[in-house]
Unconditional design. Structure first.
Lengths: 301, 703
C-alpha cells in the first residue's frame, strides 16, 4: 500500500506538491490526473525515490522510499522520457534491468518484445517515440515489481498499442496484484483502465475517488417529459448535478444509482427517457464543479 | 564493497558506455610508455656505434639511461587530462534528468552506485598504466637494459602520476556534484584547478607592489598549488639518488599535499554526491548558500586580479586600481548571478552579495595600501625565532653541484653531478643561529625606515627566511645600510660563521666527494692558470683555515688576487677566492708551483681598451637615442702602467660591491702583446677597475 500524507515539495520558489494526502491500495490501478505542472511527475519521482520529500511522508508498504533498496525492489519507475543507454538494444536493456531487479522475467520480456514487433537487436536510438514507450513499459512490466509508476507512458502510443499494453497490465493485475500508478494529463487515456483517480491541480489534490463509486452514484439521463408535473415528480428528492435542455430534450446528470434513476423515470409519464453511461470526463466535470472548480478550465483548457 | 546489483549497473550495456575511456587510456599509455621506450632505444641504436669496447660501454650506458628516462617521465598533463575526462565521462550523467531518474529509481544504494562508478574510473586509468609499465619493463628486460634504477623510476613516477590523477579526478567529480550543468561544472573545475594559483599570484603581486619588504626566498607555493609544474626536476633528481630516505625526503614534501588534497576533494566529492538532490539537474549551482560563498570568493579575486592589471598599465595610480576593482566586482557579480539563474535578467539579483564582494576587494586593497597589518614593520622576537637563512646579494659563488655517490647516474652536468638551486639549498638547509644579530639588523631597517630611504646611503636588500619556533616560516627582503657601522658589524657576526660560508662555498661541504669526482685542481690569477698537484680536500682544508677571515666587511673591501679552481666533469667547476691575506693557501699554491702573480707587467701588454657605457644617460627614465659608449685605446706604456694599478682581471669576482661603484659602467679589455707564460699573443682579457676609476680615464671617456 502506498500512503501519502501531507506531502510537500518545492523547486526554488515554486510549490510543485502542496500538502497532498491520498492512499493507493494494492492491486488497484491508480490514475493521477492533472495539467502540466500539477505535480504528477514530482509525486511519481518521490514514490520512486528519485526525489526526497521536503515534508510530509510518502510510504510504500509502511517504509520510506528515498535510498531504500528494499522498497525500490518493489517499484519500477517509467519516466516521461525513459532513459536508454546510447547504442543499447531492447535485449541489452533487458539484460541491464535483469541485473538490477532480481524478479526480472527475461523470458516474458523476450516474448513481449517479439509480440510487440520490437526488434531485439535494433539500436533503441533508431526506435520511434512510441516504440521507446512500449519498450519502457515492457521493461517495467517484466521487472515484476509490485508497483509500476508510469509517467505519461500512454502518451505517444497508438490506439492498438495502448490497448495491447492495457491488456498486459490487466493480466498482470489479475495474475500478481500489480499496482500501476499512471500519471496523465489526458482523462480519456485512463478511462478504461483506472480503478481510482486522483486529480491534482497546482500541486494540490482536488479529489481522490474510486471510479466505480463515482460511476455508481452518478447517472446521465436523457428525457422528453409530457409536462412539467412529470418533470417535477421525476426529479423530486434527487440531486441534480447538471441540467441542460435542447428543444424538448432534457439531459440531466443525477447523483443517484442507476436502479433508482430507472425507477424514478419509469414511474412518471415520459415520451422518452434513457439512462446513459457517463464518460470519465463528464463524471469529473460534475465532481469538480461540486468542489467549486471548473474542470474544463483545469483539464480541457 | 559493491553489491552484485551495483556491479550490474556498470557492466553490460552500462559498462560499454566506458569503452571510449578505455580506448583513450590504453592508447595514451601505450604511446607514452612502451612506444616512447622503443623510440628512445632505437634512437640510441642509430646514434651510438658499438665497434670498440669503449663505444659499446657508452652504448650500454645510454641504453640504460633511455630506459630510465622513458619509464620515469612524468606526463602530468596526461594524468590531469585523464582525471577530468573520466570524471566528466563517468559522472556527467548527473546532469541528464532521464538518466538520473533511472539511476536513482533502481534498487541500488546511492553509495554503491558512486563507489562502483568511482572505482571504474580509477581502474580505467590504473590498469592500462600498470600494464604499459609492465610491458615496458619486459621490453627493457628483453633487451637486457633493465636496471634497479629504472624500476625505481617507474614506481616513483607511478605514485606521483597517480597523485595528479586522483586529485583532478576528484576535483572534476566534486564540480559535477556541486553543479547541474556540464559547462558550469567545467568552469568550476578550471576555477578550482587554476584559481588558487591565480589568487596566490595576485596576493604575491600586491605584496610586491605595496610592501617594501616583500620578497625573500622562493617558497614554491605556486608549484604546491598546481602540481603540474613538476616534471623534469623530480624525475631527474630521483634518478640521482640511490638512498630511499633521500628519495622520500625529496618527493614527500610536495607529493603529500597533493595526496592530502586528493583525499580531501575525494571526501568532499562523495559528500556532495550524497547530498546532491536529483532536482539539481540543469541548475547552475544547486545550493543557494554555495552560490553566495562562490560569489564572495570569486568576486574579490577577479576584482583584485583585474585591478592589478589595470594598476600595471595605468602608471600605478591607486584610485584607478580601486575603481577598476569595484567595476570588476559588480560586473563579475552580475555575470555570476546570470549564470546561476541561466537568465540574463538574473544578473540584477543578489546585489547584497555582489556589494559585499566589492567591499571585500576594496578592503583588501586598503590593507595593502596602508600596510594595515604592519608587514613592513615585522621583526620576529628573540623568543619566537628558531633559526634563519640569509641570502646576501650579490655573490658570485652561487652555483652548487651536488656530487652524488650513486650508481653512475648522469645528468647534463656530468656523471654523478646534480645541480642544486642555491637559494633553495639555503632555504631548506641553512640554519643560522645568530638570531639576536639578525633581529637587530631587521629592527634597524624598520627603525630607520630604510625601505622608504633606500636612495640615501649604501643600502642593499637581503632575503631572509625566518623559521619560527611554531614551525611557521616568514620571508622578508630586508634593507641593510652598509654605511652604518653597526649594521656591518651585525652582518659580520652572521657572515663570519663557518656555517654561513658552507653555503657560499660549496666545496667546503663536499671534500670527500670532490676527491673522487674532481678532474683537477688549478690556480688562476684571472688571466693564466696552472694545475696544482693536490687533492681537492687538501687545498680545501688549508683554504678553510684562511677563510676564517671572511665576513661581509672583508668581502666588501677586498679584491681577490687569484682563485682556486676545482674542475668537475662536464665542464663544471668550483671556485674558491684567494686573497693576499690568505697566506696558507698562497703558500700551498706556491709550493705546488702553480702560483701566478696578479701584478702584470706593462711591457707585456700591447694595449688596453677602456669603454665607458655611460649608463647614467638612462637614469631617471631619460630618453637617449643612440649608443652612448665611448671607448679609448691606451697604448702608452706609462699610461698602461698607471692603469694596471687600479684594475684586476674580471674573472676574479669581488664578493660584495658598493652601490655607488661607478666602475660597473666601464669595460676594460687588455691585449697582451706576446706569448706570455699564461697568455697567448693577441689574446685579450676582460679586466675591471678595483679602485675608483682614474680621473684621466673619466675625462677621456666623457660623452
Amino acid at each position: 500500500m502506498i500512503e501519502i500524507k501531507g506531502l510537500n515539495k518545492s523547486f526554488d520558489n515554486i510549490k510543485a506538491v502542496d500538502n497532498v494526502t491520498f492512499d493507493i491500495k494494492e492491486g488497484e490501478v491508480f490514475g493521477l490526473i492533472g495539467t502540466n505542472g500539477a505535480g504528477k511527475s514530482t509525486i511519481l519521482r518521490i514514490l520512486s525515490g528519485v526525489y526526497r520529500p521536503e515534508s510530509g511522508t510518502a510510504l510504500i508498504d509502511g517504509n520510506e522510499i528515498y535510498d531504500n533498496v528494499e522498497v525500490k525492489k518493489n517499484v519500477f519507475f517509467i519516466s516521461d522520457e525513459p532513459y536508454f543507454y546510447p547504442n543499447s538494444t531492447a535485449l541489452s536493456m533487458g539484460e541491464f534491468y535483469a541485473g538490477l531487479y532480481e524478479t526480472f522475467d527475461k523470458e516474458a520480456f523476450e516474448k513481449y518484445i517479439d509480440a510487440f514487433k520490437l526488434e531485439r537487436n535494433r539500436k533503441i536510438n533508431t526506435y520511434s517515440k512510441g516504440m521507446k514507450k512500449q519498450l519502457a513499459m515492457l521493461l517495467g512490466i517484466c521487472a515484476k515489481t509490485k508497483y509500476l509508476l508510469c509517467d505519461e507512458t500512454f502518451d505517444g502510443l497508438d490506439t492498438v498499442m495502448r490497448q495491447a499494453v492495457k491488456s498486459i497490465l490487466a493480466k498482470e493485475i489479475e495474475d500478481r496484484q500489480l499496482t500501476p500508478i499512471i500519471a496523465s494529463h489526458n482523462l480519456r487515456e485512463l478511462e478504461d483502465i483506472c480503478d481510482h483517480i486522483g486529480l491534482l491541480h497546482k500541486g494540490g489534490i482536488l479529489l481522490s475517488r474510486d471510479l466505480e463509486d463515482m460511476k455508481l452514484n452518478i447517472q446521465k439521463v436523457q428525457c422528453v417529459f409530457k409536462d412539467e408535473a412529470d418533470k417535477a415528480n421525476a426529479l423530486n428528492g434527487v440531486e441534480v448535478a447538471c441540467e441542460s435542455k435542447r428543444g424538448q430534450l432534457y439531459t440531466y446528470t443525477l447523483r443517484t444509482t442507476r436502479e433508482e434513476a430507472i425507477a424514478r423515470f419509469s414511474s412518471v409519464d415520459t415520451i422518452f427517457y434513457e439512462v446513459l453511461p457517463l464518460t470519465l470526463e463528464e463524471i469529473f466535470i460534475s465532481e469538480t464543479e461540486v468542489a467549486g472548480y471548473d474542470i474544463k478550465k483545469i483539464l480541457l483548457g | 564493497m559493491t553489491s552484485k546489483r551495483s556491479f550490474s549497473a556498470n557492466t553490460g550495456i552500462a559498462g560499454k558506455q566506458k569503452i571510449w575511456m578505455w580506448i583513450v587510456s590504453i592508447l595514451s599509455m601505450l604511446i607514452m610508455y612502451p612506444s616512447v621506450l622503443i623510440i628512445y632505444l632505437n634512437r640510441i641504436i642509430s646514434w651510438y656505434p658499438t665497434d670498440t669496447p669503449a663505444q659499446k660501454e657508452i652504448y650500454i650506458y645510454q641504453m640504460k639511461e633511455a630506459v630510465c628516462d622513458a619509464l620515469g617521465y612524468r606526463y602530468s598533463f596526461l594524468f590531469f587530462g585523464l582525471g577530468v575526462v573520466f570524471a566528466f565521462g563517468i559522472f556527467g550523467y548527473l546532469n541528464n534528468r532521464s538518466k538520473v531518474d533511472m539511476i536513482k529509481s533502481v534498487p541500488v544504494k546511492a553509495r554503491q552506485i558512486y563507489m562502483s562508478d568511482y572505482v571504474s574510473g580509477v581502474v580505467i586509468c590504473v590498469i592500462p598504466y600498470a600494464v604499459s609499465l609492465i610491458l615496458s619493463l619486459i621490453i627493457a628486460l628483453g633487451w637486457g637494459f633493465l636496471t634497479a634504477l629504472a624500476v625505481k623510476e617507474a614506481v616513483f613516477t607511478f605514485v606521483l602520476n597517480m597523485a595528479v590523477f586522483f586529485l583532478y579526478y576528484n576535483v572534476g567529480i566534486l564540480c559535477i556534484c556541486l553543479t547541474g550543468n556540464l559547462f558550469v561544472a567545467f568552469g568550476g573545475f578550471m576555477a578550482l584547478s587554476f584559481g588558487p594559483v591565480l589568487i596566490y599570484s595576485a596576493y604575491d603581486m600586491l605584496k610586491d607592489y605595496f610592501f617594501k619588504s616583500s620578497g625573500g626566498f622562493y617558497m614554491g607555493y605556486v608549484s604546491k598549488l598546481l602540481p603540474l609544474g613538476y616534471t623534469d626536476e623530480y624525475s631527474y633528481n630521483i634518478k640521482m639518488l640511490d638512498d630511499f630516505g633521500k628519495e622520500m625526503k625529496l618527493i614527500l614534501p610536495d607529493a603529500i599535499p597533493w595526496f592530502i588534497a586528493a583525499v580531501v576533494t575525494g571526501i568532499l566529492a562523495y559528500l556532495c554526491f550524497a547530498k546532491r538532490p536529483a532536482e539539481a539537474t540543469h541548475k547552475a549551482v544547486w545550493s543557494k548558500a554555495l552560490c553566495n560563498v562562490l560569489k564572495l570568493i570569486i568576486i574579490p579575486s577577479a576584482a583584485l586580479i583585474v585591478s592589478i592589471i589595470v594598476y600595471q598599465s595605468s602608471a600605478e595610480i591607486k584610485w584607478i586600481m580601486v575603481v577598476s576593482a569595484i567595476v570588476t566586482a559588480v560586473l563579475t557579480g552580475m555575470m555570476l548571478e546570470a549564470i546561476f539563474a541561466f537568465d540574463l535578467k538574473g544578473a540584477l539579483k543578489g546585489l547584497w552579495s555582489t556589494g559585499l564582494g566589492a567591499v571585500i576587494a576594496v578592503v583588501i586593497l586598503a590593507i595593502f595600501f596602508t600596510d594595515a597589518f604592519g608587514f613592513d614593520k615585522y621583526v620576529p622576537t628573540v623568543s619566537s625565532l628558531d633559526s634563519f637563512a640569509l641570502e646576501t646579494y650579490p655573490n658570485a659563488y652561487g652555483d652548487y653541484f651536488e656530487i652524488m655517490d650513486g650508481e653512475g647516474a648522469t645528468s647534463t652536468y656530468g656523471a654523478g653531478i646534480r645541480w642544486v638551486d642555491t637559494a633553495a639549498r639555503k632555504r631548506d638547509n641553512m640554519f643560522l643561529k645568530q638570531n639576536e644579530a639578525m633581529i637587530e639588523l631587521a629592527r634597524l631597517a624598520v627603525e630607520n625606515d630604510l625601505y622608504n630611504n633606500q636612495e640615501e646611503g649604501d643600502v642593499v636588500r637581503m632575503d631572509v627566511l625566518y623559521r619560527l619556533r611554531g614551525g611557521r616560516k616568514v620571508t622578508r627582503c630586508i634593507a641593510v645600510n652598509r654605511d652604518d657601522p653597526r649594521s656591518l658589524e651585525l652582518l659580520d657576526v652572521i657572515t663570519g660563521s663557518d656555517n654561513f660560508n658552507d653555503f657560499i662555498f660549496a666545496p667546503l661541504t663536499q671534500e670527500d666527494e670532490l676527491d673522487k669526482s674532481s678532474i683537477g685542481v688549478s690556480y688562476t690569477n684571472g688571466v693564466g692558470s696552472e694545475n696544482m698537484d693536490m687533492m681537492p680536500s687538501s687545498i680545501i682544508e688549508i683554504w678553510r683555515e684562511d677563510s676564517k677571515q671572511l665576513n661581509y666587511s672583508f668581502g666588501l673591501e677586498n679584491y681577490p688576487c687569484g682563485s682556486i679552481n676545482i674542475a668537475l666533469q662536464g665542464g663544471m667547476s668550483y671556485t674558491l677566492p684567494v686573497y693576499d691575506s690568505f697566506t696558507g693557501t698562497l703558500n700551498a699554491v706556491k709550493k705546488s708551483g702553480a702560483y701566478l702573480s696578479n701584478e702584470f707587467d706593462a711591457s707585456d701588454i700591447e694595449s688596453i681598451i677602456v669603454s665607458n657605457y655611460h649608463s647614467e644617460v638612462w637614469d631617471d627614465g631619460n630618453d637617449y637615442y643612440g649608443d652612448p659608449t665611448v671607448s679609448v685605446t691606451i697604448d702608452d706604456p706609462e699610461e698602461i702602467k698607471e692603469l694596471l694599478k687600479s684594475m684586476a682581471p674580471g674573472s676574479l669576482w669581488k664578493l660584495y660591491e658598493r652601490n655607488d661603484n661607478e666602475n660597473g659602467s666601464y669595460d676594460i679589455s687588455v691585449l697582451f702583446d706576446k706569448d706570455y707564460d699564461y697568455s697567448k699573443k693577441g689574446e685579450s682579457f676582460y679586466f675591471r677597475f678595483t679602485s675608483p676609476t682614474p680621473e684621466w680615464i673619466k675625462e677621456r671617456t666623457t660623452l
